[in-house]
Design a protein around this ligand. Sequence first.
Ligand code: SIN
Length: 515
Amino acid sequence: MIPKAGGLWKASHFIWKTTFIRPQFQPYVRMSSSLIRDKAYINGQWTSAKSGATYNVTNPATGEVVGTVPDMDVRDTVAAIETAYKRFQTFKKTTAKERSEKLKVAYRLILGNIDELARILTLENGKPLAESKGEIMYGASFCEWFAEECRRVQGTIVPSPFPTKKIFTLKQPIGVCGMITPWNFPNAMITRKACAAIAAGCTVVLKPAEDTPLSALALCELFDRAGIPAGVMNVVTCNRGNAPAIGKVLCESPLVSHISFTGSSAVGKILLRQSAETVKKCSMELGGNAPFIVFDSADIEVAVRSAMACKFRCAGQTCVCANRFLVQEGIHDKFVEKLTASIKQDVKIGNGMESGVTQGPLINKRAVDKVDSFVEDARKQGANVHVGGQRSSLGDTFYEPTLLSGVTSDMLVSKEEIFGPVVGIAKFKTEEEAIILANGTSAGLAGYVFTSDASQQWRVAEALEYGIVGLNEGLFSCCEGTFGGFKESGLGREGGIGYGIEEYIEVKYLCMGMK
Ligand code: SIN
């Protein structure tokens, strides 16, 4: 028997949530954690900013200061790049087996410190603690995955067209990799990039998001304990004011060979422009505007459960969160009713450290202001509010889980990435109409399709201009899958067999003359 949607969602609210839930959470005041660092990490040293400047990291749920880190600038970044470049000259000569062994130790250390890493993550990002534990597992999985991947990076011996020449391809690490990572996955977006690069034999200079540097520094401590050599992983922390200049120097430095960025399409375009002068290889995981299509034949329990998991993960602040719900007219009213009931029953907003909380704060007040303005715009243009639709009384970083119906393509909730806990539902009649609506955006990261008709599953999945399609499934992220988008959602892929590690590899063609 299929349990009702709310129960199902709760029961499986994803490996992120269930696997590590404990009866009692630990207290959550300012911590004296052995993994909390107040310095950046350059050349294996805990390092202050050359200027001596620092800034506070705050808990979005409470506004409390949870840490203080250096507010570094271009001078610190140039020093980190020079260190990484120097280290690359020796690190590129290490064997894949050596790198693999170190990454496997790091993997075990991450899992061995999961409680503390998750607490740090929730304190600086706000997501519920169980979700943070899920993210740490997800992040650790990239460490293990790339430890395995690097042992199998192979060149080729190609049948030569010439009797006097032999031809080969060699695969070599690309060099120093500049990385800029987001606040919504302060752990996993680092390991998804940095572990791939390190496994390939590259060195890294990483700027974590201003809001969430503590998770990045905690990872550095564990990489250090794992024996990853000094200068391989370098983390430069900075506040908002210095971020654009640091991004620019990473993109423009001739010593940096690769840029990897996860964040908005607008910033991605700036970094691509800045990287053009030195013709850098770039991997870009940019914004989405995911359609979530529910056809009349869909299993409604599965569709509702998947909508809950995919929409409310990280309070709706992921690039792959469903953004536009397109629901066929025959199932529309029932879907609206069941999803509204599930939101009312299953979402508990609050401080992510508190037991039972499923939706934490948004990252800051600006994010709430943006979400609220989108809902206001939809309301003014005629959308109906079934639940939520307003700021939460819990504080100025909280927004109520919201469901709107009667949404049209002209509304901001359809045109832009919401990045908040708001479901906007539009009704459609035919498959053709759904595909046109779904593809009618410059984004192309993830899309979702719910239908019991096998032919329709293939037809629609093929027609969608998206890099990832969830078929009767709302959660697909794993190290084995290839993550990345079409159109303005990005360039390159992360994770997966071959794809993720190849981003950090150059191919050399060797032609050998024979006597
Ligand atoms: C993202 O939102 O950028 C990443 C989401 C994921 O890896 O599932």
